[in-house]
Design a protein around this ligand. Structure first.
Ligand SMILES: C[S@@+](CC[C@H](N)C(=O)[O-])C[C@H]1O[C@@H](n2cnc3c(N)ncnc32)[C@H](O)[C@@H]1O
Length: 243
């Protein structure tokens, strides 16, 4: 499937397609208590241009990483980086729909998904991705969450853009209800949003006005006025061997 042209332009030359940073990704990876030298199977869902894929590969240097995305354009960008860093013998890209993971049961020690689970919805992702995780394997997801009681403006915007946005406590309850062992969470710092929106804004300057641009600008303005209300939050959990 090809990426819509407008998105191609809006995100051009960006290392991240959502709020995040190498520091935050590494902080999340550091929760994993597998030996860094182990030969693990790792799945990165909604990899985009793959900043987090490369960090996973560099951290777990004997592991195999499968990076999946719906759009070939992003996978090609990641393939170039895989070649540049000579990781082609253990990092693989694959065009695949996160709703329909084409892997056997219990295939991965780690399933990682940064700012992508919202596409199918957090609860459905928790339910469906568990199948491909080994017992005691880690599922790590960054997910948009309320970090305080939101303003009317924030609530109104996210009600239509991502209705599953919820408080951290409710997200943790969903994780536990799905039978995972909840390990920890942390909130992404504001600078992760600021750098993402800074890059997006500068790309948008050159683009024609249309409904996509209006929507991006609305999202950026909302964040600038309500940055204490919500953030991406990394949730770290394990698949229990006894479920
Ligand atoms: C917000 S971006 C996050 C990308 C990357 N993880 C990051 O943080 O920069 C969401 C990604 O999910 C991909 N995506 C959208 N729908 C998908 C689907 N149904 N299955 C797999 N990937 C999908 C998009 O192409 C995009 O790369």
């Amino acid at each position: 499937m090809e990426i819509p042209l407008y998105f191609y332009e809006a995100f051009r030359n960006m290392d991240r397609l959502a709020p995040g940073s190498d520091e935050s990704t590494l902080k999340a990876i550091n929760y994993i208590d597998f030996n860094r030298d182990s030969e693990l199977n790792i799945l990165d869902i909604g990899c985009g241009v793959g900043s987090q894929t490369l960090l996973l590969a560099k951290y777990f240097k004997n592991s195999t990483i499968e990076a999946i995305d719906l759009f070939n354009h992003y996978l090609k960008c990641l393939d170039e980086k895989i070649n540049k860093y000579d990781l082609g013998n253990r990092v693989y890209t694959c065009q695949m729909d996160m709703n329909d993971l084409d892997y056997p049961n219990c295939e991965f020690e780690i399933v990682f998904s940064e700012a992508s689970a919202y596409i199918m919805g957090f609860k459905k992702a928790l339910k469906e991705w568990k199948r491909v995780l080994k017992d005691d394997g880690y599922l790590i997801i960054s997910e948009l969450s309320w970090i305080q009681k939101p303003s009317f403006e924030s609530k109104n915007f996210w009600k239509t853009h991502y209705s599953e946005i919820d408080s951290i406590d409710n997200k943790i309850n969903q994780i536990k209800e799905e039978g995972y062992i909840f390990v920890d969470y942390f909130i992404l710092p504001k600078k992760d949003f600021e750098s993402y929106y800074h890059n997006l804004k500068s790309n948008l300057k050159d683009l024609d006005n249309n409904s996509f641009k209006k929507d991006f600008k609305k999202e950026i303005d909302l964040y600038e006025n309500n940055s204490d209300d919500y953030s991406y939050v990394f949730y770290i959990m394990k698949k229990s061997a006894y479920q």
